[in-house]
Design a protein around this ligand. Structure first.
Ligand SMILES: *[C@@H]1O[C@H](CO)[C@@H](O)[C@H](O)[C@H]1NC(C)=O
Ligand SMILES: *[C@@H]1O[C@H](CO)[C@@H](O)[C@H](O)[C@H]1NC(C)=O
Ligand SMILES: *[C@@H]1O[C@H](CO)[C@@H](O)[C@H](O)[C@H]1NC(C)=O
Ligand SMILES: *[C@@H]1O[C@H](CO)[C@@H](O)[C@H](O)[C@H]1NC(C)=O
Ligand SMILES: *[C@@H]1O[C@H](CO)[C@@H](O)[C@H](O)[C@H]1NC(C)=O
Ligand SMILES: *[C@@H]1O[C@H](CO)[C@@H](O)[C@H](O)[C@H]1NC(C)=O
Ligand SMILES: *[C@@H]1O[C@H](CO)[C@@H](O)[C@H](O)[C@H]1NC(C)=O
Length: 257
């Protein structure tokens, strides 16, 4: 009897040890993958949500920091973006051009606004911010640069691209200010608003500032999203279709070691 009891106890201990080891090995973030490896390699990995669902990410590693790009399918199983980043100071946007080139540009809040309004990251919603025109292409990543609560005066607004402030005057007191990356799993047709309105130097600037992506960091197709940017109201509106050369885009969330 005591022997059987002892046996059962040992079995229980082994199984719980295995379970712990197993759940510890399931990476929850690119940061964990970076820390566990002696020479981390930029590329595709699988992460796990808190309930154990797998999803694909592209971990883009640099010196003691990096960026997490989530696949379009992966975005569909996430309920929370927080395991993808530790740092909201900026994001790394990677564009895929129609000529096959990919380009990188860092996007951040305007230097005069960032202390009050850090970028907001939301998943398929835009609480306190303007909703993308093509929100039915959800799931989507919403990067809010200025909340609707921003004083609706005719003040200077803007954002930062590649370290430079892009400023404009808010002509009608409408603080729309977001970038959205839409997975569009059902391949819905885009809003044709872009044909009527309003490509400008403001919404164009970051595309012009993008620089060639290093060949080892090129994103595969499944990380490339439909793109929308709206800077309201006098900043302009663009979608992926506004640019003859832009095919798709993706957003890398920063983490630091
Ligand atoms: C985990 O959550 C996802 C949604 O995030 C859901 O689709 C899936 O069914 C859940 N899996 C389990 C095992 O609960
Ligand atoms: C998202 O997950 C983080 C922990 O990873 C938690 O602190 C936060 O409350 C979660 N947010 C929501 C909206 O569930
Ligand atoms: C904006 O207008 C509000 C009143 O509507 C005022 O309290 C605030 O000081 C103004 N802000 C600026 C920057 O002018
Ligand atoms: C995009 O938005 C426009 C109007 O805002 C709407 O008419 C159109 O159905 C939308 N398309 C999708 C795919 O969401
Ligand atoms: C970017 O890459 C393209 C194609 O390889 C090349 O023609 C171009 O000169 C590169 N631009 C810069 C600034 O290196
Ligand atoms: C980038 O876009 C072009 C044009 O849409 C496409 O042919 C190419 O396969 C894309 N590249 C990647 C890596 O997805
Ligand atoms: C977040 O990123 C910025 C660069 O934009 C860096 O200067 C800062 O140290 C990072 N914060 C942390 C906590 O690592």
């Amino acid at each position: 009897m005591t022997r059987m009891y002892f046996f059962a106890l040992v079995l229980l201990m082994i199984s719980s040890m295995l379970k712990t080891a197993y759940s510890c090995n399931l990476a929850r973030s690119c940061k964990q993958i970076y820390k566990r490896s002696s020479s981390p390699v930029t590329g595709e990995y699988q992460l796990y949500t808190p309930n154990g669902t797998k999803f694909d990410v592209f971990c883009d590693f640099y010196d003691r920091h990096g960026y997490t790009f989530v696949s379009k399918e992966g975005l569909g199983v996430l309920t929370n973006l927080s395991q993808l980043f530790t740092n909201r100071s900026h994001v790394l946007v990677r564009i895929n051009q129609t000529d096959g080139l990919q380009k990188d540009v860092k996007i951040a809040p305007h230097s005069q606004l960032k202390h009050k309004y850090p970028i907001s990251f939301q998943l398929s919603q835009a609480v306190g911010y303007s909703v993308p025109l093509n929100a039915t292409m959800k799931p989507y990543i919403h990067l809010g640069l200025l909340p609707e609560s921003y004083e609706r005066n005719q003040t200077a607004l803007g954002y930062q691209a590649a370290g430079e402030d892009i400023t404009f005057i808010n002509c009608d007191s409408n603080p729309i200010s977001y970038l959205a990356f839409l997975a569009n799993p059902s391949s819905l047709l885009p809003n044709d608003y872009y044909k009527r309105c309003c490509k400008s130097n403001v919404v164009d600037a970051w595309i012009k500032k993008a620089t060639n992506t290093t060949s080892s960091r090129l994103l595969p197709e499944k990380y490339l999203y439909y793109l929308e940017m709206h800077m309201g109201d006098c900043g302009g509106y663009v979608s992926r279709d506004s640019f003859p050369k832009v095919a798709w885009a993706s957003v890398g969330f920063r983490f630091d070691l």
